[in-house]
Structure formats: structure tokens, C-alpha cells
Design a protein around this ligand. Structure first.
Ligand code: ADP
Length: 448
């Protein structure tokens, strides 16, 4: 069986609650109205009889006298006057009531008679020590069944109305609120069917919770898309870029098997194979690093770093020729960053400067603070980069002089990685160079 929707379930629950609440209220109202009606009737009886007591007396001759103001019948109360010997002196028994009820002074009682129940109150009005008259008040117990009938009639009209308004109101509010969920659902389904991760839900109607859900869903999609895209790119790049070195190694081996006769020739072939293997190692290393950054799965471990100290440490670890290095490292230039990533950035810049600079020339590494930024410049004495190439060198696999083949150690990923790392740290890269003018690459980072 298909599970019923949240809308239906909540509407049903609210409807049941409305019915239960309404029935309870009805019961309460009925019992309240019953007791109020009865109390009011008894009060009316007591008030009327007590008021009449002031207007009745016995003369010295033993004759009954009722003054003006004495009411034999008022507001449903019938008043009768009896002698001490309980003989009716004045007033008329109401229809349906028989008179044989013993007298009892001062309490309102309920007595049963043939025609129904009656409230009854007797008052002894004394005259002197010995004599006096009984004043008796009678009132029919009000018919609460009629009141109950009226109440039930009102309920029969009002309850369906309440239920209808409650259920419809509830249903429409829920429908409006849950419409956002349908949007989320539709987006999830369309991604599932078409595998299109670029779909985004965007703003949805229906309240804060759903807006948050949609935002989180979109953020999740964003990460998934980045991750898939990076993986796809890695696979494509790796399989494409590894093809050449593998082909070179293969043909070198074939050639060696067929023709290399002297040790010298074999050494040369082995050297070529090693260089290709180095290139493959570098390629895979850089490509993996770039993929991880693109995926954004590894969090940036940003800590305050002294840029000068980091540069010195990195260059030492790189094993750069100290005789060709000129350092101008200002102290106390602190930036916030990931030590491993920034170290990789500096190593890549230095590696390029040695690789593409003047053979045997000097590489200058400078660290300074300027305009609220920490700057690190790596400058060489090489032939520089033509203006029309300066945009392109940051692209993946782009190499200015790609035709240098085997001799060329690079794979064209170093500067892409450099730029990505700078961006991840909220910084940027600039390049000062031209054809014949040595290159100076500068990293700009916000000061910590
Ligand atoms: P790789 O060095 O692996 O070839 P990079 O992305 O680091 O890849 O550099 C891209 C290209 O930019 C290089 O092939 C090179 O031609 C050029 N380049 C980089 N650094 C320098 C530099 N200091 N001087 C001249 N050219 C450079």
C-alpha cells in the first residue's frame, strides 16, 4: 500500500483533534448550563418566598393578612400560605402538584410529583410565641432536556462547519508549506534520471526549514559536481599526458634491444628512460595535487606563517644551488596559510626560475610587506616570457616552448598549481616579464 502523504495524515489528525475538542467542550457546556439553570431556579424560588414573608402576617384576631406586594405567582414561583395546622389559607396549588408534602422550615428541597419534579421551600412566619403561618413556595424543576436538545442542535450545525474550516485550512497551509519539498524532490529526481549535477534548486517557497534544506542540497550538489568534474578531468589528463612518455620509453626499449651495442649507447637510452619516468612521476604528483585542490575535499590547514622563514626552509629542502641564490627575506611578514601548499608554490616558482632562467645565472627570492600585503617574488635572469604568452602560461599543460621534447623536464602544470594555491589563500599572482626581459613572478597574500 502506498504510504499516505504528510498532508493527509496531519489533516486527519487535526480533524480528529477538532472533533474530540468540540465534543469535550459540548459536554462541559452542557453540564455547566444544567447546573447554572438549576441554581438560578432555586435562587429565584428562595428570593420570591423570602420577599413574600415580609408581606404576610396574622392579625390579633388570628386572621391572615397579606399586604400589597405579596406575589402569589412570580417568575414561575407559586406561593401558598398555610395555617399552623397546615390548612391552606391562601393561594392555589399549581396544576400537577399534589399538596401532601410535610413542612420543613427554611431549606429548598426537590420533591417528586405526578407531573414532574418540583423545588419547594417552606418558611415559618411566626406571630407571637405560639402562633404563625407557613409560607410555601413551589417551582417546577426546569426542563434541562430541552436545553440539551438546543445545544445538540447547535452542535450539529457548528461541528461540521468547524471540521470543514479546520481541515481545509490545515490542508491548504500544509500544501503551501510543503510545496518547496516538491521542488526539492523534482530536482533530486531530475538529477537521478539525467545525472545532470549542474541542476540547482534555488529559492523555494514554504518556510525557513525548507529554504535551509534547499540551500544545503545545493551546497551538496556543488561539491559533488566539483568532485566529479575534477575526477573526470584527472582521468582524461592523466591518460592523455602519460601517453607520450610511455610511448617514448617503449620505443627507446625497442631501439635498445635492436641496435644498442656499446655501453655508452645503453647508458644514453637508460638516461632517456629515467628522464621520462621522472617526468611521469612529476606529472602524476602535480596532477593529483591539482585534482585535490579542485575537488575541495581536503580542508585548508591555515595557520599564521612567516613568509620569509617558509621561503628559506623550502629552498633548502629543494636543494637549490646556494651559489646561484640571492635572498632578500624581510622578517615578520606573516600571512595565514597552509604550510604544505605555500611551500609547494614557492618550490614550483624556484624550480621554474632555475629551469628557464639564464644557465648559471642568479635567482633572486624576495619577501616583503607592501600595502597590507605579504609579497614573495622569485626573479631570474632568463630570456623572459613574450607578452602574448603571459596569459597562457597559467593554463594546464601549457608550455611556451613545447617543442623542446625530451630535454624539457616540465609538464606544464606547475604554474596552474601555483595560481590555484594563491587563489585558495585569497591571494593572486602577478608576472613582470617580456621578451628579453627576465621574469619576476610575485605572490600577493593578505597579511595576517
Ligand atoms: P612546466 O614548468 O612544467 O613546463 P609551468 O606551468 O610551471 O610548467 O610553466 C608553464 C610554462 O611557462 C613553462 O613551460 C615555461 O615555458 C614558462 N615559464 C615558467 N616559468 C618561467 C620562467 N621563470 N621564465 C621563463 N618561462 C617560464
Amino acid at each position: 500500500m502506498k504510504p499516505s502523504s504528510i498532508k493527509t495524515r496531519i489533516t486527519l489528525l487535526i480533524t480528529l483533534l477538532v472533533v474530540a475538542l468540540f465534543s469535550l467542550m459540548l459536554l462541559f457546556a452542557f453540564s455547566m448550563s444544567n447546573s447554572v439553570v438549576q441554581r438560578t431556579a432555586r435562587q429565584q424560588l428562595a428570593d420570591t418566598v423570602r420577599a413574600n414573608a415580609a408581606f404576610v402576617s396574622l392579625g390579633d384576631d388570628g386572621k391572615l393578612a397579606t399586604a400589597e406586594g405579596f406575589a402569589f405567582s412570580r417568575g414561575g414561583v407559586t406561593c401558598l400560605v398555610y395555617s399552623k395546622a397546615e390548612a391552606l389559607l391562601a393561594g392555589q396549588l399549581p396544576v400537577g402538584f399534589s399538596g401532601a408534602v410535610p413542612f420543613e422550615n427554611g431549606t429548598v428541597r426537590t420533591v417528586e410529583a405526578a407531573g414532574g419534579d418540583w423545588y419547594l421551600l417552606d418558611l415559618w412566619v411566626a406571630h407571637g410565641w405560639e402562633d404563625g403561618v407557613w409560607l410555601r413556595g413551589l417551582m417546577e424543576v426546569p426542563d434541562t432536556a430541552a436545553a440539551a436538545r438546543n445545544l445538540l442542535l447547535a452542535a450539529a450545525v457548528a461541528l461540521p462547519l468547524f471540521v470543514l474550516v479546520g481541515a481545509l485550512g490545515c490542508y491548504f497551509i500544509l500544501r503551501r508549506s510543503l510545496r518547496g519539498l516538491d521542488t526539492v524532490n523534482a530536482a533530486a529526481a531530475s538529477i537521478g534520471e539525467g545525472k545532470d549535477l549542474s541542476v540547482r534548486i534555488g529559492p523555494v517557497p514554504g518556510g525557513r526549514e525548507l529554504t535551509k534544506l534547499a540551500e544545503n542540497f545545493d551546497a551538496l550538489l556543488e561539491r559533488l559536481q566539483r568532485s566529479f568534474e575534477a575526477e573526470r578531468r584527472f582521468t582524461a589528463d592523466a591518460s592523455h599526458e602519460l601517453r607520450t612518455p610511455v610511448a617514448v620509453i617503449k620505443s627507446a626499449c625497442e631501439y635498445a634491444e635492436a641496435f644498442d651495442e656499446t655501453d655508452e649507447e645503453r647508458r644514453e637510452t637508460l638516461g632517456m628512460i629515467r628522464r621520462q619516468a621522472d617526468k611521469m612521476t612529476a606529472l602524476i604528483g602535480q596532477l593529483l595535487a591539482l585534482t585535490r585542490l579542485d575537488q575541495g575535499t581536503e580542508p585548508l590547514r591555515a595557520v599564521p606563517l612567516d613568509l620569509g622563514q617558509l621561503a628559506r626552509k623550502t629552498l633548502e629542502e629543494q636543494g637549490c644551488d646556494p651559489a646561484r641564490l640571492r635572498l632578500a627575506l624581510a622578517e615578520g611578514v606573516t600571512v595565514k596559510g597552509d604550510e604544505a601548499l605555500l611551500g609547494r608554490l614557492i618550490a614550483n616558482l624556484a624550480d621554474n626560475a632555475f629551469k628557464y632562467g639564464l644557465p648559471g645565472g642568479t635567482v633572486t627570492v624576495e619577501v616583503r610587506a607592501e600595502n597590507g600585503e605579504g609579497l614573495l617574488t622569485v626573479a631570474d635572469e632568463g630570456p623572459g616570457i613574450p607578452a602574448d604568452q603571459q596569459e597562457k602560461i597559467w593554463r594546464r599543460f601549457y608550455q611556451v616552448d613545447a617543442a623542446r621534447g625530451d630535454e624539457q623536464q616540465g609538464v606544464g602544470l606547475g604554474l596552474s598549481l601555483v595560481q590555484r594555491i594563491a587563489q585558495l589563500h585569497g591571494g593572486r599572482m602577478t608576472l613582470e616579464s617580456a621578451e628579453g626581459v627576465p621574469s619576476a613572478f610575485t605572490l600577493h597574500l593578505p597579511l595576517a
